[in-house]
Ligand binder design. Structure first.
Ligand code: UD1
Ligand code: MG
Length: 448
């Protein structure tokens, strides 16, 4: 099937009380618009048109970053959802196929549901996605007669009997491009809002003797976000769904309700994700790796056999090869750690390459920033970095080399060498006892 998506994203979202356009508010780390685009992409559309208006530049930039092929049309003034879809008319002039309309503020819609909806077009001229609402509130009502959809009536325009209908309009609609734009040219703004309603195309189609249909999906899928409270509900729903999916996929989570996923988190089978782990965008955890409690990961890749945390932080560009160990209060940024490397306690590793089986002692810091520029640190295979070593970058420590604890390393360490960069120790015989006695005597004299 030849599919074009039209995603409506021009509305202001007044009730969000925000400078940010509504569709750019995030759920699971991604703007709601991206969620809609991703759900639609599962249908392999030939064309994707975003209707933007409020915050046009920001909305366009976000959409293009996700999909450079996306086409953006401008809706100068927001005259209603029908008017919004109509803005894509010129762009789709040469398009012959099915149009699916999605809303940019509806982030939980599932690809499978969209597939079911398009399948109904084999028998219906226009198909609409509906849901049985717990509390239908201000949603548009689907007026049906058996399997047939007769019309959609907006809450403001509905009679008390129509308002009692619980089958509601999600806003998702599918029809052939030719028919949809043809029907749209017939609608008017003769309604309670004075807007051009997309929903009116159903009545127009039925008036022509065409058959329309509605399929039903779970209410949570169609949650349309209009306020911060609804944004929070969408986040909660997303997390609930994603956790259930992760468990089904064979991931162990002793307390799934405390794990926070991103829209794009990828986790392999038999991975263990402990309590209170947070995944920012761009994380892959391979099979069997273990992420221990209270760790925060973002833009990181964790290979098989790794153990991360508890209390670890992996920042963008952290690349952990197999069997790497990252311990408590360790931060890794833009660094590659080869197989079996260990950074077990209280360290900062940034802009570095750590060779296989190297051991980084507690409290080690790559001093990567000189206040203006960032510099790289390279640690060779099986090197041993003593506790509390400061590695002043740019710096290279060779294979099998060692640094003594407490060293400030400012020159490269050749392979196999030991670098000691700290002042020599001097033991004063009996001096501790002598000094303490003197201080105690001084204190006693003061008190008398
Ligand atoms: C719409 C539906 C309603 C449905 C509900 C589901 C209509 C007339 N009503 O109502 O039947 O139950 O969604 O959530 O379609 N937008 C534009 N340009 C406009 C107007 C809207 O791009 O001129 C976009 C908005 O940014 C938003 C979407 O269309 O992404 C829906 O608009 P909104 O104003 O939220 O419609 P509802 O009143 O919720
Ligand atoms: Mg809405």
């Amino acid at each position: 099937m030849n599919i074009a998506l039209i995603i409506l994203a021009a509305g202001k979202g007044t009730r969000m009380q925000s400078e940010l356009p509504k569709v750019l508010h995030k759920v699971a780390g991604a703007p709601m618009l991206i969620h809609a685009m991703r759900a639609g992409r599962a249908l392999e559309p030939k064309r994707t048109i975003i209707v933007a208006g409020h915050g046009f530049e920001a909305v366009s930039a976000t959409a293009r970053a996700e999909d450079p092929e996306v086409e953006i049309v401008r809706q100068e003034t927001q005259l209603g959802t029908g008017h919004a879809v109509d803005q894509a008319r010129a762009a789709l002039d040469d398009f012959d196929g099915t149009v699916i309309v999605l809303y940019g503020d509806c982030p939980l819609i599932q690809p499978r549901t969209l597939e079911e909806l398009t399948a109904t077009l084999s028998t219906a001229a226009v198909s609409v996605l509906g849901f049985e609402a717990e509390n239908p509130a201000r949603y548009g009502r689907l007026i049906t007669d058996g399997d047939r959809l007769k019309r959609i009536v907006e809450f403001k325009d509905a009679t008390p009997a129509e308002r009692a209908v619980r089958l509601c309009n999600s806003g998702v609609m599918a029809a052939s491009a030719e028919l949809l734009f043809d029907l749209l040219s017939e609608i008017d703004a003769n309604n309670a809002s004075g807007e051009l309603y997309l929903t009116d195309v159903i009545g127009k189609a039925v008036g022509r003797g065409l058959s329309c249909t509605a399929i039903r999906c779970a209410e949570r899928e169609t949650l349309g976000v209009n306020s911060r409270v609804e944004l929070m509900q969408a986040e909660k729903e997303f997390q609930t769904l994603r956790r259930a999916e992760a468990l089904e996929d064979g991931i162990s989570m002793p307390a799934p309700e405390t794990v926070h996923f991103s829209y794009d988190t990828v986790i392999g089978r038999d991975a263990i994700i402990e309590q209170n782990v947070v995944f920012g965008p761009g994380v892959t955890v391979e099979s069997g790796a273990q992420i221990r409690a209270f760790s925060h990961l973002e833009g990181a890749h964790v290979a098989r056999g790794c153990v991360v945390g508890p209390y670890a932080r992996l920042r963008p560009g952290a690349e952990l090869a197999e069997d790497v160990k990252i311990g408590n209060f360790v931060e890794i940024k833009a660094s590659t750690l080869d197989e079996g490397a260990k950074v077990n306690h209280l360290s900062y590793i940034g802009d570095a390459h750590i060779g296989a089986r190297a051991n980084i002692g507690a409290g080690t810091i790559t001093c990567n920033y000189d206040g203006v520029m960032k510099h790289r640190t390279s640690i060779g295979e099986a090197a041993f970095i003593g506790s509390n070593t400061m590695l002043v970058a740019p710096i290279t420590v060779g294979q099998d080399a060692m640094t003594a604890s407490g060293s400030v390393i400012t020159r490269d360490v050749p392979a196999g060498d030991l670098a000691i960069a700290r002042s020599k120790q001097d033991n004063k015989a009996g001096f501790s006892v002598k000094l303490m006695n003197k201080l105690r005597a001084l204190k006693a004299a003061k008190q008398n």
